[in-house]
Design a protein around this ligand. Structure first.
Ligand code: PLP
Length: 400
């Protein structure tokens, strides 16, 4: 059934991929639920606010909401979608530090009372358009060790965070928390240690100024487990060690801020990435001599950077060729169907093993594609439609 490097997928997802005839991304709701359970068991007492951007799919959100999750929303539209799941607005926060006056006011009208911030300008706007709201200040991190460091656009220094939360208090807001994001698909435990140190220092500085926070938001960054790196080698994040470091860090923060300090996390990728897979098709396997004199095989798929595989230049997904069980393989560069050269795996690493007999129209399953695939899609770039989605939950399946 599978090619080299195939990862385990649930029976339900396997059956849905096999049954599907058209291109579609399929989410395994039970698998997402299992990841949620792992998280709350590993980090007891931590409140989960799913980062909606990773998978803004109603069925996924409803499933997580029913298990007790809330939502990290980044815009009024995401807030509206979160509210539609029926979770109390107290379990939804506006986690984007970038907000217009209008967006703040709209969120406030929807009942949102918790806002991320990182600047005096934003605090002023929240005070004006969401009077009396609670704010948590995002601390900058280096993003080192992550595939996607979120280091520049968001977050401020510890010294700035003190000023921002003092200004919030003076403006009639409640300075309620601090947040960080260690970078998406963070691969190191050191990044977490560093984040806890920064948070601890700021908690101490705030306490000296009479500001006692009720929560710390540890953001996202927990890794997916099924990716391959740009060269095609398995990424092997030290997840168990990360959980140990996070538990120890939480203990230290509670020593500083008191045992009542609430911990929040905003995982995206960790909950959904390995629980989604794309049914796609082969467009063509072809071989071309290139300008450097080397002959390379290229495998063009029906799905690529602009319709599901936006992250394909930073990582590789495991591919399964279900109609070529015991094939002879050749190395190929994998690319999407569009007329755009960015729509490809890192081409210097021609290491994806592809059945030599693969033909146009053959099915291919793209694993660990549940995070950001559905949300990072263009509206028909080059005429290639965004992928529709489906879901499975045990024996039950549905499509949209
Ligand atoms: C504020 C915030 N929280 C959480 C996340 C989710 O991150 P991840 O998918 O790495 O868990 C993101 C992702 O960009 C984010 O911007």
């Amino acid at each position: 059934m599978s090619g080299p490097g195939a990862a385990a997928i649930s029976r339900g997802l396997h059956a849905a991929l096999a049954a599907e005839s058209e291109d579609r991304i399929i989410y395994d709701l039970a698998g997402i639920g299992e990841r949620y359970t792992t998280l709350v068991e590993e980090l007891p007492g931590v409140a989960v606010r799913f980062a909606m951007k990773a998978c803004p799919v109603d069925e996924v959100l409803a499933h997580l909401a029913a298990m007790g999750a809330g939502f990290d929303a980044a815009s009024p539209n995401e807030i509206a979608q979160a509210v539609r799941t029926g979770v109390p607005t107290g379990r939804i926060h506006y986690g984007n530090t970038v907000k217009s006056d209008r967006s703040i006011a709209e969120a406030y009208r929807s009942g949102i009372r918790d806002f991320a911030t990182d600047s005096l300008e934003d605090v002023g706007a929240i005070a004006a358009h969401a009077p009396g709201a609670r704010v948590f200040c995002r601390l900058a991190t280096s993003g080192e060790g992550a595939l996607w460091g979120l280091s520049q656009k968001f977050g401020c220094s510890g010294a700035d965070a003190v000023l921002v939360l003092e200004a919030a208090r003076a403006a009639g807001l409640t300075p309620a928390g601090l947040s960080v994001h260690v970078g998406s698909q963070q691969m190191t435990t050191e990044a977490w240690q560093d984040a806890f140190e920064r948070i601890g220092e700021v908690l101490v500085a705030l306490r000296r100024r009479g500001i006692l926070l009720d929560h710390v938001n540890l953001g996202g960054g927990l890794p997916a487990l099924g990716y391959l790196d740009r060269r095609g080698d398995p990424l092997d994040p030290p997840l168990d060690k990360m959980f140990v470091v996070i538990r120890e860090g939480i203990e230290r923060l509670r020593e500083i801020a008191g045992p009542g300090l609430v911990l929040v996390m905003e995982p995206g990728r960790f909950l959904v990435a390995d629980q989604g897979a794309i049914k796609a098709h082969v467009a063509r396997l072809s071989s071309r001599e290139q300008l450097d004199g080397e002959r390379r095989n290229w495998l063009y798929l029906s799905c690529g950077k602009f319709n599901g595989l936006y992250e394909m230049d930073e990582l590789q997904y495991r591919l399964v060729f279900p109609s070529h069980p015991d094939a002879e393989y050749v190395p190929a560069v994998v690319a999407g169907p569009s007329c755009d050269s960015d729509d490809a795996y890192a081409y210097e690493h021609c290491r994806v093993q592809v059945p030599v007999t693969v033909a146009s129209g053959d099915p291919v399953w793209i694993l660990s594609a549940g995070a950001y695939a559905g949300s990072y899609m263009t509206q028909g770039f080059n005429g290639f439609d965004p992928l529709p989605y489906g879901w499975v939950r045990g024996e039950t399946a549905g499509v949209r």
